[in-house]
Design a protein around this ligand. Structure first.
Ligand code: ADP
Ligand code: MG
Length: 690
């Protein structure tokens, strides 16, 4: 259903929705809130804390006053309850004054600030006490990720209408699965994800959404591996002596882990069965070269091999690596030829690349999602590699897989996942682990500091830039959108790249060049910004976690992470891996803006350890299940709601259920499994649950 057929949504608002990736009413139904605001019972005035949005109830001690100050009108009022007195202020809303008369008893809800040692509530909303108690108290309001031109209120109303008008969600899980796992129906789930009436409801509906994400992706994975495992490979790759010379001549010595991983891969590829292997290795452990070796191995045996990277910049970087390693040396008599194919290339370039692939003129194909588009025809695709596989869904991997005739598959992950979870998530794959990093790297120096350290950090960054280095600054949010009540999405909560980059531009001398990167930019914009940073045309890159994906800028020596307590430890570790890739001493400055002891304890782990596997285990131990309100770890396995750490219990349940289902009905042929089967097919085709 078209967005514009919802009430109050015209072309312009629809355009704003498009920026959030929402194109239809159905998309909107799946656009779940990022958090919820609970309308709690009014607090006593003495319980108020600065920085928080809170509710109070009290009697106005006199009529509100209206003041003008430098062109701004300010309405001030004072209320009191049995525990104290509180000032309330509204800006540029002179009409507020009229309803605020002495003796009125009202409920106020707004953010509390401290000014000159006194607490003030700013821009509070006003409720009649009965109305508040009946309609709001203990209810939860969805808070969505916003963008310019789209308020929380607009999204909320549109979501409510989309939920009623886009038709009932058709249940696709059979009763026995719902019962076994105590799951709510799909219809209730969608409604309660947006409009939970209490925490219990939210927890239950979220559990269902998480279960589905895990379950469907596991079934898809199982289907992939089942076809693979049973089958004899038509791409048997015999070891080739020319590889030995190539390996000996590499510009560096392979680590023991790299050699072991390649040996396992070579054994799989010559075994006569189809390979389905995961290479798991910490950031910087050198996984690329392992993929290069596997791909050359396929090429020398007469097959094509493709590697899919999540961004065009990363693909181009890989292509450079291949070219550097291969072309000047002529190791393989020109028989091993790389070609690049990304969406960012011109039509003519793409056409030429497509021809080379089709005619088998090139046998190492390096690219992005563009690799599995319909137009691309391979001659004999014997191996597919997915780099940074946690950025892809199972569906996308499958789409590329379909391009070959039972090709070998190799997936590479830089997310060290705790063993207990890896066994569940990757039960259908063989795993090679690269534990150590290449020798001779200078360990990164870490600091976990409070906000008061920012000034020192900026000075430090400036010094590094003057030495010729570059720096990353990471913020959790993209922008601080303002809704129609003048309330900012993240005021006083987290830093955002839009405001932060503006602040740094003001703060630093003019010649310091700052780039901005975030996930809502178009792919080619992102690539351009990343490429500029890589070419040292910018000095500072202010970014959200999108930068996390494997990009190599050896000249960057500092990464400063704002609101570090908001990120998962594994994610912080990944971010930290953006520096320390060159010959320079590198630094990771984590700003902890929370005063919680638990946050400090978590960050301490990162400060003291550089071992991704250890960090992941600790993350699992500390975050544990049940904490539904924290920020989720982003990007993991392309899940929208689920978090493999926080939801590890549901992960296990989904695994057990998928195993049981496939035992009962391996091909999903029974009538009660038909709907599920259709969902699975579209998931494999489209990469998401419809
Ligand atoms: P990741 O595992 O994060 O994908 P890369 O493959 O990008 O790591 O490798 C990181 C850097 O380490 C690259 O610049 C690469 O050339 C280099 N490298 C890889 N293996 C070795 C090695 N055995 N010795 C020295 N440097 C290496
Ligand atoms: Mg990599």
């Amino acid at each position: 259903m078209e967005l514009t057929s919802l009430k109050g949504i015209g072309e312009k608002t629809a355009g704003a929705f498009n920026r959030l990736g929402i194109f239809t009413a159905e998309d909107l139904v799946r656009y779940y809130p990022r958090a919820y605001e609970t309308f709690e019972k009014p607090a006593a005035i003495y319980e108020l804390e600065p920085g928080r949005i809170m509710t109070v109830e009290g009697v106005l001690s006199r009529d509100a006053s209206l003041n003008r100050f430098r062109g701004i009108t300010i309405v001030n009022a004072y209320i009191s309850d049995m525990t104290g007195r509180l000032q309330l202020s509204w800006y540029n809303s002179p009409f507020m004054k009229n309803q605020l008369t002495e003796g009125r008893h009202l409920v106020f809800r707004g953010r509390v600030y401290e000014k000159n040692g006194k607490l003030i509530m700013s821009q509070p909303k006003i409720y009649e006490p009965e109305t508040y108690r009946e309609k709001y108290q203990d209810r939860m309001m969805p808070l969505y990720s916003l963008t310019k031109g789209l308020s929380n209120n607009t999204i909320m109303k549109a979501a409510a209408e989309a939920l009623t008008r886009s038709g009932r969600a058709q249940e696709y899980l059979p009763d026995w699965i719902l019962e076994k796992n105590g799951l709510k129906s799909l219809e209730v789930t969608a409604i309660r994800m947006h409009f939970p009436r209490n925490e219990e409801e939210l927890r239950a509906s979220r559990n269902r959404a998480v279960f589905d994400e895990f379950f469907i992706s596991m079934l898809a994975g199982a289907r992939l591996s089942e076809t693979a495992r049973k089958t004899v490979s038509t791409h048997k790759c015999r070891p080739d002596l020319r590889m030995i010379r190539f390996m000996a001549d590499l510009p560096f010595e392979l680590t023991a882990g790299q050699i072991a991983a390649y040996k396992e891969i070579a054994a799989d590829m010559s075994s006569g069965r189809v390979m389905n292997r995961l290479v798991e290795g910490d950031v910087g452990s050198g996984k690329t070269i392992v993929a290069v070796l596997a791909m050359i191995n396929a090429a020398l045996n007469g097959y094509q091999a493709a590697i899919m990277a999540p961004t065009a910049v990363l693909a181009a970087q890989h292509y450079e690596t291949f070219r550097k390693l291969l072309e000047p040396h002529g190791y393989f008599d020109g028989k091993v030829t790389p070609v690049l194919l990304t969406g960012a290339m011109t039509a003519a370039e793409k056409k030429e690349a497509g021809r080379k692939i089709r005619e088998h003129e090139a046998n190492l194909v390096i690219g992005t999602h563009a690799l599995f588009q319909e137009k691309v025809v391979y001659d004999d695709l014997g191996l597919i590699v997915t780099d940074e596989q946690h950025r892809f869904g199972v569906g996308q991997r499958e789409a590329l897989y379909q391009k070959g005739d039972l090709p070998h598959t190799l997936v590479m992950s830089a997310t060290p996942i705790p063993r207990t979870l890896a066994i569940i998530l990757y039960s259908d794959m063989d795993i090679s682990v690269i534990k150590e990093r290449p020798a001779g790297r200078i360990p990164i120096k870490n600091a976990v500091v409070g906000p008061s350290y920012r000034k020192t950090a900026y000075k430090f960054i400036l010094d590094e830039i003057k030495k010729g280095r570059q720096a990353y600054v990471i913020c959790p949010a993209i922008e601080n959108a303002e809704d129609e009540d003048g309330r900012k999405e993240f005021e006083g909560e987290v830093e955002n790249v839009t405001d932060y980059s503006a602040k740094l531009r003001k703060l630093f001398p003019q010649e310091i060049r700052t780039g901005v990167l975030h996930g809502r930019m178009k792919a080619d914009e992102k690539d351009a910004v990343m490429q500029a940073f890589k070419n040292h045309e910018t000095d500072i890159l202010v970014s959200t976690t999108v930068v996390e994906v494997g990009v190599d800028v050896p000249n960057a020596s500092v990464i400063m992470i704002e609101n570090a307590e908001r990120f998962g430890l594994a994610e912080l570790h990944q971010l930290r891996g953006r520096v320390g890739r060159g010959e320079w001493q590198s630094y990771c400055i984590m700003i902890n803006t929370s005063d919680s002891e638990k946050a400090a304890e978590r960050l301490e782990i990162l400060k003291t350890s550089n071992d991704g596997f250890h960090i992941a285990e600790e993350d699992l131990r500390l975050r544990g299940p049940g904490d539904i309100f924290g920020l989720r770890q982003s990007g993991e396995m392309d899940f929208k709601v689920a978090d493999i750490y926080r939801d590890s219990v549901i992960l296990k349940a989904a695994k057990d259920t998928s195993t049981e289902l496939l035992k009962r009905d391996p091909q999903l042929e029974e009538p009660e499994h038909q709907k599920l089967r259709r969902i699975l097919d579209t998931y494999i085709e489209k990469g998401y649950i419809v």
